[in-house]
Design a protein around this ligand. Sequence first.
Ligand code: NPW
Ligand code: K
Length: 463
Amino acid sequence: MQNLYLDVSPLDQRGVTKFALSEEVMMEHAAMAMAHLIRARFNANSSVLIVCGSGNNGADGLALARLLEGDFHISLHIPFGASSPLAHLQRDRVEALGLKHAPIEGDYDVIVDALFGSGLNRPLGPTAIEALILMNGMSGLKIACDVPSGLYAEGTFDTNVFYADITVTMGAYKRSLFSDGAKEVCGEIIVADLGVHKKRYETPSPWKLLESQDLSLPNRIRASSHKGSYGHLAVVCGEKAGASVIAGSAALRFGTGLVSLISNENVTIPYELMQSHSIPSTATAIALGMGLGVEFCDDELSSLLDNTLPLVLDADIFYHPMFSKLLKRTSLVLTPHPKEFTQILRLTGIADIDVSALQSNRFTYVEKFCSAYPNTVLVLKGSNVIIGQGEEFYINPLGTVALAKGGSGDVLSGLIGALLAQGNTPLEAAIQGSLAHTLAAQKFDKNNYALTPFDLIERITCL
Ligand SMILES: NC(=O)C1=CN([C@@H]2O[C@H](COP(=O)(O)OP(=O)(O)OC[C@H]3O[C@@H](n4cnc5c(N)ncnc54)[C@H](OP(=O)(O)O)[C@@H]3O)[C@@H](O)[C@H]2O)[C@@H](O)CC1
Ligand SMILES: [K+]
């Protein structure tokens, strides 16, 4: 698990006050990290284009030019000149080596974007846009210095942004690199230490980045146990029974001792799942909403929920009149996709926004919801899933496009339900369910289009 920051400038200042580093020392390390990467991947004499802005992001790029000069063919493009004191200093140094601003011409083996970093404070103008279009059109390896130019601190970008193959980010992970849109533009993300180890440079943060090694599986440790020792998930089976069959099958695969589908009438289901018309007395958690439709009248739903069992809610239930009442429960996990989350925000009076406004500000709206409903765990689906409760937030960046398919969400609810049924806290169930979901998808390595929900469930066996 890694820390994530909206703004690392307090960490930079702490580097100066606590570790007596200077901004210049930190900048030298930033440039060295990029130089190390280029030297490791390219032979001497390779051509390197470095496009530098007027602030310290540009100054990082100028320092990189100095470090590579002599071994590589360096082309510098400095369309805005230098404005910060360090940019002036670094420019004087490269000019002493005979390097100076030149137009962008031809193609290069490496393209380094050092136009704007954390100081981007307004929409890009024509000069920056022209440079980015030229850079994006090149075939060489594209490296972003700190953040791809055009990406704002909230993780949004305008039409033009640098499309990086690798982002070398300075000091610590920025949260902006893990918005849904940023997944398209950042490429591989590498953190560069700035003169002290990252562990020293960082301070605690409420936002965390999940990693594959954070996965903890529901392995059984008691030698003498039986199916009743591992919980009983009741999946409410709605109009579209397939959704609950998928969720139930995922739950059984993820260690739940017993799974029952709760339906009004008998439906055809796999042999390994049980069927019931009411919540079994041995149930330890309930999954509700997937494929629900209008199968149950309000009274029937109320009686199914007349208990204090942990709940995972998905899909249709977010549009149901009973949802507001369910929000008052403790032990509650919600797994909306963005459109469903806008419905939740509207219903709770937090915001009346459309999906694109939400996607431009996912972090903020998750924080607002979690502050208003601190007992509820929210899993906001997306290419970078956000999990939040109260003042704790986690981003799971491990999902792939293979998951963009009907039924993937039912598997996720089933996995979370499985862990709730086995006694995990709602937050732990949400984190581990989401990790298992994305890592199982990664195990499907044939291609990125053919994964079905049952392929995904099958891969839970290989985690
Ligand atoms: N702090 C540290 O210790 C360390 C910092 N480090 C590095 O510093 C970077 C932050 O540097 P920074 O604060 O100078 O901001 P930066 O991203 O270069 O941009 C500011 C410049 O861009 C300009 N500008 C903004 N928007 C614009 C637009 N749309 N179109 C045109 N111009 C625009 C803005 O102009 P102004 O608003 O002043 O007119 C100003 O001149 C950080 O990302 C990291 O790489 C590392 O070396 C490690 C140590
Ligand atoms: K940049």
